[in-house]
Design a protein around this ligand. Structure first.
Ligand code: DX5
Ligand code: ZN
Length: 237
């Protein structure tokens, strides 16, 4: 059984875009561990959402950890703008650039945590080498682009393999390798995030497979009471 602390980072994509600052405050009051903002460019994914100015406005409205999920081509070119918007973590897609290493390193040099996301069709074999140079791996559990899609159970195997690889190689949070003389669980675990179709049932499956950071949009925002919904999700996993 898992004993990893779980973070819940709701996706504001399913919130009311006419009241983003209020929605951010609502998430904070409801006990979220962070706020996940989906940035889409209409090219890497067939949808357009928000840019750095909107992210900055959301950030001003809350003290929550700001998690930006960039679904855009050439992410390197936009990193500085998103850093200025107050991001705590910037995650971009493996499939969106040929400069994965440089982009990860640049995000870290800017003082942010660096995450790397993988589309469902990208194989697990691509993930391993980046565990040593990222702060988080995002395993997409739907095809990126839209909220409210159905969870893909085939992704559970990818999560499992990633967690097993981390455990076997003593890779802990931030890609740090635990020295042989210390117990590896003396350091916090490597962060594996899942995003897409997460609810109480699929969240539990993902956590059992090894995920410890859950993004959830449609499921949380469609409930009458956001605080209760976050509480329920937390206690179900
Ligand atoms: C999809 C986005 C998700 C989305 C998840 O491309 O990356 O963050 O908001 O939403 P749900 O939980 O509705 O699938
Ligand atoms: Zn997302």
């Amino acid at each position: 059984m898992h004993k990893r602390p779980i973070r819940i980072e709701p996706s504001i994509l399913s919130g009311d875009f006419g009241r983003l600052a209020d929605e951010a405050k609502r998430l904070e009051d409801a006990g979220a561990d962070g706020i996940h903002i989906d940035i889409m460019d209409g090219h890497f994914v067939p949808n357009l959402t928000l840019g750095p100015r909107a992210a900055a406005a959301i950030n001003r409205a809350t003290n929550l950890f700001l998690d930006l999920h960039l679904m855009i081509y050439n992410p390197f070119d936009y990193i500085e703008k998103f850093v200025e918007s107050g991001a705590d973590r910037i995650t971009f897609h493996f499939e969106a650039t040929e400069d994965v290493d440089d982009t990860l390193a640049f995000i870290r040099r800017c003082g942010c945590k660096a995450g790397l996301a993988f589309r469902p069709e990208t194989s697990y074999a691509m993930i391993q080498k980046y565990l040593y140079q990222s702060d988080l791996i995002l395993i997409m559990t739907v095809s990126p682009g839209f909220g409210g899609q159905k969870f893909m159970p085939e992704m559970l195997e990818k999560i499992r393999l990633t967690r097993e690889y981390c455990d076997r190689n003593r890779i802990r949070q931030g890609g740090i390798i635990a020295k042989p003389e210390i117990k590896s669980d003396a350091l916090p675990p490597f962060d594996i995030q899942v995003d897409g179709g997460i609810n109480e049932e699929t969240g539990k499956q993902c956590v059992e497979a090894g995920a410890n950071v859950l993004v959830s949009g449609n499921y949380l925002f469609s409930q009458p009471n956001l605080k209760q919904a976050i509480h329920n999700l937390r206690s179900s996993v």
